[in-house]
Unconditional design. Structure first.
Lengths: 428, 147
């Protein structure tokens, strides 16, 4: 079974931990530059303050109801996130915790007997709350999609469920799917949910009884098929091999618009290389193989009706020494990209693929690794940790572009209670 | 019923060493011929974290802003090391939250009541009334005091 542990109103909970007078008060946290509302306490939700709306839209409601609004304090959230994740890593068997976002992690529970899942999760939840002060909801199901369904139900009626919902038989799964609107299924975005509604599919249950082939045809190919598989309660592919590392890691994106300048493509490739190298380090592998592809925009005169893709160009290079260090990967990727790039062409998508992995620990004990590399590894470690703590990739390699270097507004930021000696919480 | 090992200290020492090794804090032994004899006696040096932080994800710091616990050696300006994974039992010095305010006091748990006892005659014992909002935030494990 698979669990997802999700912190309840995480950013608000972080603020409340050091400002206990706000325990039952409505609290919201604003995004970078105080632009949008990104976290709401239950009390704020009940006032009708919506998620992700611009601050100015909710300003009247916030002032009228004396809602406490905070600027994002990523130092505090990053530190508390690490604490929550570390608590889980200490309590679960090695390799079972997969951090999914700043406030969510999947835990593989295959080692727990079905009739003990409830007690295990209640105990885990209690321990996380005791150690870190952050309350969590836990959803458990046969796979990740259903664990997400369970978690949503746990959060929805906290008192009734005690924030723990276990879907461990078909009856429970069916009932849970019936009460889950299609919009709330993990992985179904706005456009797909609208599309599914035109087919009369309004609940997760309605989607779960569709054939796999239907998903393949109408729901974005293989991912759609996989989604329906998981809704049916089948183990997904990566569930069957939960702890083996991936054999190939890729980061590919459509550009927001067509791109023709090498400098923009170089920045995109460097960003993807950084992402991919991060993923590689997370699974403690190093790669020999580096591939890059660029997808050109289809010329307007082509008459391949439902196929708007242009020609794809790709290249592969084998590194002399396997690496997972961002500078190495960027260097190889940019060189490959440059050899593929043609001036005057329009590009709409690019991707970086790493393959031919060896375990990273084999590298670390290698006699022939120069001390310089050890230092570079340490540097990567520092960068990964800082980026994890501060989000938004605060530390980047210069190739990735520095244009997004705006000044952050944070007028209502609380103190950095857990990361600065001079900002510790006072006690009387 | 608890399925999770409740002793936070168990295995911590080895875990910490492993972590340090992975993070490269321990200089790796390069098996390259004969090192200086003193290398054999190289140690990491004393790390205060090992002594003061038993369970890192559960350990927090506070700054003392009152002399209510003077008798326990807790002065204004001192730093409290607070371990949330320790069980708050009677007699422990704790950081408590009473009606939204952080207090450091000695916890006294009797059959039907909780009180917060100061160690300074100028302060009175606080009996926590039933209707008050009370919680024990964490147990104080060490004080850092500058002389």
């Amino acid at each position: 079974m698979q669990a997802i542990v999700d912190c309840n109103s995480f950013y608000c909970a972080c603020e409340r931990l050091f400002q206990p007078q706000l325990q039952h008060a409505p609290v919201v946290v604003l995004s970078n530059n105080d632009g949008c509302i990104v976290s709401r306490s239950d009390e704020a939700k009940q006032l009708g303050i919506n998620m992700a709306i611009p601050y100015f839209q909710a300003k009247d409601l916030i002032e009228k109801n004396k809602v406490h609004a905070f600027s994002s304090n990523y130092h505090l959230y990053g530190d508390l996130s690490w604490r929550v994740m570390e608590t889980m890593r200490q309590l679960a068997p090695p390799g079972c915790v997969e951090v999914y976002s700043v406030d969510e992690a999947f835990i593989n529970l295959d080692h727990i007997a079905s009739d003990q899942l409830q007690d295990y999760c209640v105990s885990l939840k209690k321990k996380i709350e005791t150690w870190t002060g952050i309350s969590v909801s836990i959803g458990v199901g046969p796979n990740k999609v259903l664990s997400k369904v369970a978690n949503r139900l746990a959060k929805k009626s906290k008192l009734l469920t005690g924030c723990v919902v276990i879907l461990n038989d078909t009856k429970k799964i069916q009932a849970a799917l019936q009460s889950t609107p299609i919009d709330d299924v993990w992985g179904i975005g706005y456009s797909y949910s609208e599309k599914l509604k035109t087919y009369g599919i309004h609940t997760a249950y309605a989607l779960s009884i569709k054939d796999l082939s239907w998903g393949k045809r109408f729901l974005g190919g293989v991912p759609g098929m996989k989604l329906i598989r998981e809704l049916k309660g089948m183990h997904s592919h990566d569930m069957q091999t939960p702890r083996t590392s991936k054999k190939m890691i890729a980061t590919t994106r459509m550009f927001g618009r067509t791109v023709s300048e090498w400098q923009e493509i170089e920045e995109a490739l460097a960003t993807y290389a950084t992402r991919t190298a991060e993923k590689l380090r997370r699974q403690h592998s190093a790669a020999y193989g580096v591939s890059v592809f660029l997808l050109k925009k289809a010329p307007p005169q082509t008459d391949i009706s439902h196929y708007h893709h242009g020609r794809q160009v790709s290249g592969y290079v084998k590194l002399d020494n396997p690496s997972n260090l961002t500078p190495d990967i960027i260097k190889a990727v940019v060189a490959l990209g440059k050899s593929l790039f043609e001036q005057g062409e329009l590009y709409k998508k690019a991707g970086v693929i790493l393959s031919d992995f060896v375990p990273d620990n084999a590298l670390q004990t290698n006699l022939f690794v120069a001390p310089k590399d050890q230092n570079r590894k340490k540097l990567m470690n520092v960068i990964d940790n800082m980026n994890a703590a501060f989000r938004d990739d605060i530390l980047k390699f210069a190739t990735s572009g520095t244009q997004k270097n705006w000044k952050m507004r944070s007028e209502r930021r609380s103190k950095r209670y857990t990361t600065r000696w001079d900002e510790l919480c006072l006690v009387r | 019923m608890s399925f999770i090992d409740t002793d936070p200290n168990e295995g911590m020492a080895t875990q910490q060493i492993n972590k340090k090794f992975q993070s490269g804090q321990i200089i790796q032994a390069n098996a390259t011929g004969f090192g200086a004899a003193s290398d054999d006696f190289m140690e990491r040096g004393i790390d205060l974290n090992e002594q003061l932080i038993r369970n890192k994800p559960a350990t927090f710091f506070f700054r003392v802003n009152s002399d209510a616990m003077l008798g326990a050696g807790i002065h204004v300006g001192d730093i409290l090391i607070v371990d949330r994974s320790l069980t708050p039992s009677s007699g422990k010095v704790v950081v408590a939250v009473l009606n939204g305010e952080f207090l450091v006091r000695r916890l006294q748990i009797q059959e039907h009541s909780i009180s917060l006892v100061p160690e300074n005659k100028r302060y009175g014992t606080i009996q926590v009334a039933q209707l008050e909002q009370y919680s024990t935030w964490g147990v104080v494990s060490f004080v850092i005091h500058s002389l």
